[in-house]
Design a protein around this ligand. Sequence first.
Ligand code: SF4
Length: 181
Amino acid sequence: MRMHRMTSTTARHLRRVVLQAAVDAGAACTGMSLDVFFRGDETDIEWRPRRTTALRICAGCPVRAACEELALRDGEGDPEADEIVRGGLTGPELAAARDAHAVRLAVAVDADRDTEGSRLDALMAERYVLATTSTERVRDGKRVPPTVVQLEHNERIRTLNLEIARTRTARRAQAGWAVAA
Ligand code: SF4
C-alpha cells in the first residue's frame, strides 16, 4: 500500500480539527456547568474560590495543552478582565500568552480561517492517492478493457481536477488575481 505524505501546510490546516477532537474526547469539564469557568455578576471575593476550583480542574485535565492552544487561537482572554478560566489559565494569563506567542498564533489563525486552502489540500491529497493507485490491468502484454470500477476511478480523478481548478481560481480571485486566473 502506498503511503500519502502529509505536507506541513496540510498539517497546519488540520491542527485545529485535531485539537478540537482531543478536547471533545478528553475534557475534564465535560458535563460541568459553564458557570464554573465563567464569572457572572460576582464580586472578586465570590469569584476567587470558584476560579481556584476551575484552575484545579484544568490542572488535572488530560487535554489542558490542547484546550489552551484552542483558547489562544480563539483570542480568549482580556488583560483587564479576570472573568474566565480556560485551558488552565485566567483571562489575563491567556492575554499574556497571546502576546508572548503573537507571531505563531497569527499563522495558526490564518490557517484556521483559510477554509479554501484547507479544502484545496484535501482535494489534492485525494487526487494524489487515486492517481498513485492504478486500476489498469494488463494481460499477455495487452491492456484489458476498463471495468466499471476503473471508469469510476477515472471519472473521480476528472471531477477532482475540475474542483481543484475551481478552488484555485476562487483563491486567486480572493487574493486579487481574478484577471490572471
Ligand atoms: S483544560 Fe480546563 S477548560 Fe480546558 S477542557 Fe480541560 S477542564 Fe475544560
